[in-house]
Design a protein. Structure first.
Length: 117
């Protein structure tokens, strides 16, 4: 009887965790302004966890169009080229993503996104 109770309790807890895990994912917001993903002087590497949602937000002062493009990584993705708004991506695969703006890569507009398990 105790084993049955313990197994039922364990199954219930695992069910709760399976439902709650996606709700526990985090949200990371990054600003895009003229020719940077990460402000000058800040590290160009951002670390998040699998399941986190990353949002790139074009700042109001941005005059030039930009995009978010994975040059190298476990999954390739690409935003449209825009001067305002946001682009969101929920990251499901761990690894290192090398991200550039295809328009301004020669001006150093690049970053690294590390997704950990």
């Amino acid at each position: 009887m105790r084993k049955l109770f313990a197994l039922s309790l364990l199954a219930g807890l695992l069910g709760i965790l399976a439902v709650a895990a996606p709700a526990m994912s985090k949200h990371k917001s990054l600003e895009i302004d003229d020719n940077y993903f990460v402000k000058k002087g800040a590290p160009r590497t951002v670390t998040v966890h699998v399941g986190d949602k990353v949002e790139w937000e074009w700042e109001d002062g941005a005059v030039n169009p930009h995009n978010v493009t994975v040059k190298k990584g476990p999954v390739k993705f690409h935003s449209k080229t825009q001067t305002s708004g946001t682009f969101e991506k929920k990251l499901k695969k761990p690894g290192t993503y090398k991200i550039i703006c295809t328009i301004h890569v020669s001006q150093g507009m690049k970053m690294t996104l590390k997704v950990k398990k």
